[in-house]
Ligand binder design. Structure first.
Ligand SMILES: C[S@@+](CC[C@H](N)C(=O)[O-])C[C@H]1O[C@@H](n2cnc3c(N)ncnc32)[C@H](O)[C@@H]1O
Ligand code: SF4
Length: 446
């Protein structure tokens, strides 16, 4: 019989392996610069730039950001960010940059002049390929004609638009008021400027949200015709994000209701012709993410699922995380300390983790499970030789003791069952060598 408490046990989201709580201060700027310099000359590079500011604070928000009501802190931050861009760009040199992602926080808060100037600096410091993807997280409430023009001029190819939920009662409970009409205006405005790809984020598990309400929001989102949708479960972690204490826990849906909301909202997208990607994304069949899922090249990074294949992900800005062939790295989180270190000529790198051979095998196996819902043992052996064996043993032993029937064995592979797909994080956790000793707390599995 299914034990829901086992299924809903908090597990990591596996946007990296080892997961972020295992990053440590033993990795510093010098090692990081060495790792960067050792990248092969033709390594494909992806850039993530973080703007940790918003002009309002949504109470559900789990991102690294803070509210500002003046522009000066952003101007000071951008001075540091452009300095870091130039420093890292000088090391990376001519290696091709195939993708840029601006996240936050709200990069949409920058003035049009700064949007143009910072991206000009980026293009001078790095060699962006002519077909590089360029995505930007836009808070619809920040946007005006000049900002649309500036991001379009900067080269935006995908707008990632936060919706969360359209029900006014939910919006009030999360302190994020945003009408459907205004959001539609943002989608129209980016389309008008030739931006072909739109991603929309929506959430389930929010205070006052109901199954019917999640379906209604999903229908409204679908009517906007996004190429991609991210359907995230609200992660309530008030012990880490103080402002989430503003959310009245009495109105949060319980685990079973969250699960129903996720299934019902998902059905709106699959019924509307979207392919289901991993456990929390949807994409139109002609979108690069759907193509990557079909061809087995879908990957996972700190933004979640991605179709972008790169050899190195470089994070720029406070709290930004990067992934290099040698390991993971993260810049210092506190904005002031980030600025101080960068402007003092010190590196902003705060922590990281070098990858052991076992980390690589388990990281690859977990990524394949999360992206493809299966793990091919011969592929693992082919890539990693004898180091694959302990991981294969763990996979076989999970399937042998799986009362919830989340996964099963076929000759030479572990398959996640249809029932197990929403719980793929739990299957992946069976391959996580760190978890047993882990004291870190994670958000709910669904
Ligand atoms: C950096 S934020 C959004 C960018 C932009 N500032 C906005 O609000 O539209 C990226 C996305 O993370 C998701 N997110 C933020 N906090 C979350 C939480 N506590 N649980 C789950 N998803 C969350 C939201 O869907 C949000 O749109
Ligand atoms: S959801 Fe977006 S706008 Fe709201 S606080 Fe978080 S980053 Fe800022």
């Amino acid at each position: 019989m299914t034990d829901m408490s086992r299924l809903l046990k908090p597990v990591p989201r596996y946007t990296s392996y080892p997961t972020a709580p295992h990053f440590h201060k033993g990795i510093g700027p010098e090692q990081y610069f060495g790792w960067l310099a050792a990248l092969p000359p033709d390594a494909h590079v992806s850039l993530y730039l973080h703007l940790p500011f918003c002009d309002r604070l949504c109470w559900f928000c789990g991102c690294h950001t803070k509210q500002v009501n003046r522009y000066d802190p952003i101007a000071v931050y951008l001075e540091a960010l452009t300095t870091e861009i130039r420093t890292i760009g000088a090391i990376v040199g001519e290696r091709p940059v195939t993708a840029v992602h601006w996240g936050g926080g709200s990069p949409s808060m920058m003035t049009p002049e700064d949007i143009v100037a910072v991206n000009q600096c980026l293009r001078t410091a790095f060699r962006l390929t002519p077909d590089a993807e360029f995505s930007v997280e836009l808070d619809p409430n920040d946007m005006d004609e000049e900002r649309f023009d500036a991001w379009s001029f900067a080269g935006m190819t995908r707008a990632s638009i936060g919706v969360q939920d359209f029900d006014p009662k939910v919006q009030q409970a999360i302190n994020r008021i945003q009408t459907f009409e205004h959001t539609k205006g943002v989608v129209d405005a980016v389309h008008k400027r030739g931006v072909k790809s739109v991603n929309i984020d929506m959430l389930y598990g929010l205070p006052h949200q109901t199954e019917a309400g999640a379906v209604e929001t999903a229908r409204q989102v679908r009517s906007l015709g996004p190429n991609r949708v991210a359907l995230f479960g609200y992660a309530h972690v008030p012990w880490m994000k103080k402002h989430q204490t503003m959310i009245d826990e009495n109105y949060l849906p319980d685990a079973a209701e969250r699960f129903r909301q996720s299934l019902a909202a998902a059905a709106v997208f699959t019924d509307g012709g979207y392919d289901r990607i991993g456990f929390d994304h949807f994409a139109m069949p002609d979108d690069s993410m759907a193509i990557a899922a079909r061809t087995g090249t879908l990957a996972r990074n700190f933004q979640g699922y991605t179709a972008d294949r790169h050899d190195a992900l470089i994070g720029l800005g406070a709290s930004a995380i990067g992934r290099l062939p040698q390991g993971y790295v993260q810049n210092v989180v506190a904005t002031h300390e980030y600025q101080r270190r960068i402007l003092a000529g010190e590196g902003a790198l705060e922590r990281g983790v070098g990858l052991s051979e076992d980390d690589r095998v388990r990281g690859y196996a977990i990524e394949r499970l999360m992206c493809q819902f299966e793990l091919d043992f011969s592929d693992l052996r082919h890539r990693f030789g004898a180091a694959a064996e302990p991981v294969i043993e763990d996979a076989i032993s999970f399937a042998g003791d799986d009362p919830d029937e989340l996964a099963y064995l076929l000759p030479g592979r572990l398959m996640v069952s249809d029932k197990g797909r929403p719980f793929v994080r739990t299957v992946a956790a069976s391959l996580d060598a760190y978890l047993a000793e882990d004291k870190a707390r994670y958000s709910k599995a669904v």
